[in-house]
Design a protein. Structure first.
Length: 232
């Protein structure tokens, strides 16, 4: 949840980002327009425009989750639920140029890790909102594949000038279709007796990987369990 003062600065920044990007110029102008003391603004957003851009991304995730909760998906297949969530995430964007400027910012080597974490956070938020309860290697593979789908769809969407963005939604459907093919291959491997024996070792190893939990250290991506030991 983003605090109200940060949201005020963020709202004020929207008129500056299309012209000056997510820059120090934008950050200072937004703080001034919002009537926020520069010292307070810097305390809330130590890295200035970078943290402001990340706050913008998180707000988009919040808006997506809100709309997702208002959407009746009871009759949808799961792949359609995922596609709907990604589509809603893009539809909450009011100015495509703001996202384009953010893509440029996080393409820079020094900010690439922040951009990757933001995309991973969106994928995690989507799976969480859809009720994902996986606690093994699937927790990672679901988010990794969706991160790839989401990031490629955003790049396509930025250059899409088709009517109502239909080309983007078709592109999204194809990308999710590709992911479903991977899942089909995994199922075939599990059902094939010979292949199951071949991959028994790697499968056992992967079964020991656990998703992050509330009690896990925040700087570790997962947990390793040993026989007789509870995940933590």
């Amino acid at each position: 949840m983003t605090d109200e003062t940060t949201l005020k600065i963020l709202d004020a920044a929207m008129m500056h980002v299309p012209f000056d990007g997510w820059s120090e110029t934008t950050f200072r102008a937004a703080a001034a327009d919002a009537g926020v003391d520069p010292v307070v603004a810097r305390a809330l957003l130590p890295r200035g425009a970078v943290d402001l851009a990340l706050a913008y991304h998180r707000r988009g995730d919040d808006l997506m989750a809100e709309r997702l909760g208002q959407t009746d998906m009871s009759a949808m297949k799961f792949r359609d639920k995922v596609a709907t969530a990604v589509r809603l995430r893009l539809e909450v964007v009011e100015d495509r140029e703001v996202v384009r400027r953010g893509t440029t910012l996080f393409a820079l080597p020094m900010h690439a890790a922040d951009g990757a974490r933001a995309i991973w956070g969106t994928a995690d938020r989507i799976w969480t909102e859809l009720g994902d309860t996986s606690d093994d290697i699937n927790w990672y593979t679901k988010r990794a594949t969706l991160s790839g789908v989401y990031s490629s769809t955003v790049l396509y969407w930025l250059g899409d000038d088709s009517l109502d963005g239909q080309a983007t939604w078709d592109f999204l459907d194809r990308r999710i279709g590709d992911v479903m093919k991977i899942e089909e291959v995994k199922a075939q491997v599990r059902d094939n007796a010979v292949l199951s024996k071949v991959f028994a070792g790697p499968a056992w190893l992967l079964s020991k990987v656990k998703a992050p939990g509330a009690m896990s250290r925040s700087d570790l991506p997962g947990r390793w369990t040993t026989p007789g030991q509870s995940p933590r």
